[in-house]
Design a protein. Sequence first.
Length: 116
Amino acid sequence: MGGRSKTPKECLEKLLPVRDALNVFQGKWKIQIISVLIYYEQCSFKLLKESVKGITPKMLSKELKDLETNLLIVRKVADTRPVNISYSITEYGKKCTPLIKALYQWGLKHRETIMV
């Protein structure tokens, strides 16, 4: 084979952005939460809880804070009685849409493959 050999250092450099992305999306809930917010664009805590099956309120709160820290979502508190809190996907968060669509398409094909 022609060309230069690949080094472990180069491999590590290629893996760093993947590692960063996995740190942002780690766990089984964040991608589901982002998917719901991409779909609705804005929704309440209650709707998120209903849409992400199996997540506890405590875990949902934690995951929402993490996503907000990473600038993927924004939390809005309306000055109403009772207080109304909603969550929205940010423009930066919307950049995850191709990733979510790719996971969706791969998941469909995978289900077809393994459910023969």
